[in-house]
Design a binder for this molecule. Structure first.
Ligand code: COA
Length: 168
């Protein structure tokens, strides 16, 4: 793939993003450098019970990515591959953190390839500082009074504190 070719590719970074982390943002920045249009797609994800509504998650990600010109943030329901087709995405980005992510991600990538062979899954690693974090772990640390500013940007941390405060 030549750099010129990359530039015509639309990439979709799909996920639940229930409290976007610095690790997610690291992947967003790296992907936005590679492709001329990056769509961050917030999934409804029926297998999780997110703390934030889809609209709240979209709002938080827009706030955190407003300085990156080629990033759009949207929400979607249904299959990621159907949404990729709808927006004309050729690539779905997934972040790989720890080895235990691999099995789930491999299964998902294979299923997604069957569902839509036109779309490639591309895996990216966040920086070493963010390899071990997840949105759930950050919520747990916050609830128990720990410090999370290394792992979430300030505006998102404020939203997390407000939400978690209200359900404690
Ligand atoms: N930095 C920090 N944390 C990260 C991360 C990174 N770079 N990348 C992932 N994570 C964490 C997330 O915070 C999340 O933590 P949590 O489980 O504690 O909330 C976890 O890793 C997984 O997150 P995410 O990348 O958002 O994936 P997901 O499993 O929540 O989302 C979907 C997966 C939504 C993309 C997938 O379920 C999907 O495609 N759903 C649509 C329906 C569909 O097409 N189904 C068929 C799939 S084969």
């Amino acid at each position: 793939m030549t750099p010129e070719k990359n530039k015509s590719i639309i990439a979709l970074y799909a996920g639940t993003f229930d409290g976007i982390t610095r690790g997610h943002l690291d992947i967003v920045r790296r992907s936005a450098e590679l492709f001329n249009r990056l769509v961050v797609g917030v999934a409804k994800n029926t297998s999780k019970s997110p703390l934030f509504t889809m609209e709240e998650r979209v709002g938080m990600i827009r706030e955190e990515t407003r300085e990156i010109a080629n990033v759009e943030v949207t929400l979607f329901e249904g299959l990621t591959m159907d949404y990729a087709e709808k927006i004309g995405a050729n690539i779905v980005i997934r972040g790989l953190r720890i080895i235990s992510d691999f099995e789930y991600e491999l299964q998902m990538a294979m299923m997604n390839r069957t569902l839509n062979p036109r779309v490639e899954t591309l895996f990216m690693f966040p920086t070493a500082d963010h390899l071990h974090i997840s949105s759930s772990m950050i919520k747990e640390v916050l609830l128990l009074g720990g410090e999370v500013s290394k792992f979430v940007p300030p505006a998102t941390e404020k939203c997390l504190r407000e939400k978690l405060g209200s359900i404690r």
